[in-house]
Design a protein around this ligand. Sequence first.
Ligand code: NAD
Ligand code: WQD
Length: 351
Amino acid sequence: MRKTTLITGGTGYIGTHTALALINAGHNVLVLDNLCNSYRESIVRLERLTHTRVDFINGDVRDSILVDDVFRRYDIDAVVHFASLKSVEESVRRPLDYYANNFAGTLNLCATMARNDVFNLVFSSSATVYGDPTRIPIAEDFGTGKPVNPYGRTKLMIEELLTDLCNSDPRWNIALLRYFNPIGAHESGMIGEDPKGRPNNLLPCLTQVATGRIPELTVYGCDYPTVDGTCVRDYIHVVDLANGHLKALQVLQHRSGINFWNLGTGVGYSVLQIIHSFEDVTGITIPYRFAPRRLGDIAKCWADPSKAGRELGWSAQRGLEQMIIDTWRWQSCNPQGYQTSFEIPAPIEAK
Ligand code: NAD
Ligand code: WQD
């Protein structure tokens, strides 16, 4: 039986792009997802892109019988664990769901991996574990801070759980990848971000304004100590992010214990810079209005990605214009996301 990489949450936004990167690099992948925030159509699109059959199991990482069965049926040697709820705002209203899904889901997954002698794990962490940093750019050795919401706390708790696991048993090889702000889509326009329900993140909100689904963009805060008063973030192309997972899996072959890597570009852009860049690339004017600061937002956040450069041989290759071109191609070719029948996109040139 061929060695298989299990991708939990693999029909989601980052999972689909990572599955594509892994398949293109010769991995045999198996996707496990309960589709609570994604669509099975993403598997169909992956199959069209790779001309390969992609094994998919519709199931929950908390279901120990099912997950055990998956490990028995496939020869899994590594897991990339994306399955998680990710809305900050929802996590404040439904903390039990977040702790159960994210923390207990990871607990069950790790227990099942150990029972089945699988010890290679790449975990989706987040820059949110740094809390409100005292210095920027943020390097891994600053240590973690205090996440300000239940979602962020589940990520920090999982990081601690995985660290304890590595300390308890030298067979574990774990990569904690701390993502900054993923945006963009694969250049084919066939896969991209399609959250169920109302989006909270900047780019999905912005594209919904561009397509007329939302009348105007609300910009939270104009009085931050930044270049133009709006918050600054490190936006990273999802394809670069996906390639970081591939590198991490390769490095885990000869590196044991717990490993922390920031995946960001090292460059920050303000909300207004993103809006203006989007307008320049697409030629579409984005109506927006300022509103009070959003609870829990920090003024500035960008990565020092040099550790990933040194240790993984990874760095982000795509700039902001490319991120916006690709976001817009995905959105305009798929106005209903994965529920749109796909047509081959025309090339988009920057204005
Ligand atoms: P996503 O919601 O698109 O993907 C997550 C996938 O997990 C979804 O397909 C969902 O259906 C699935 N899922 C959720 N709970 C599950 C469960 N119990 N069992 C099986 N499947 C389950 O989110 P994404 O943006 O692709 O994020 C992927 C990972 O990266 C998450 O862990 C998220 O917390 C983390 N992350 C995301 C961002 C971001 O801004 N997108 C930033 C930092 C970290
Ligand atoms: C970016 C900026 C908003 C929407 C979140 C999570 C973090 C990580 C990534 C998972 C902020 C502003 C947004 C809008 C706006 N997720 N904004 N109007 O908050 O940096 O990070 O997603 O791990 O944990 O907290 O990203 O895209 O929500 O916001 O003005 O309609 O855009 O205030 O300054 P954020 P975001």
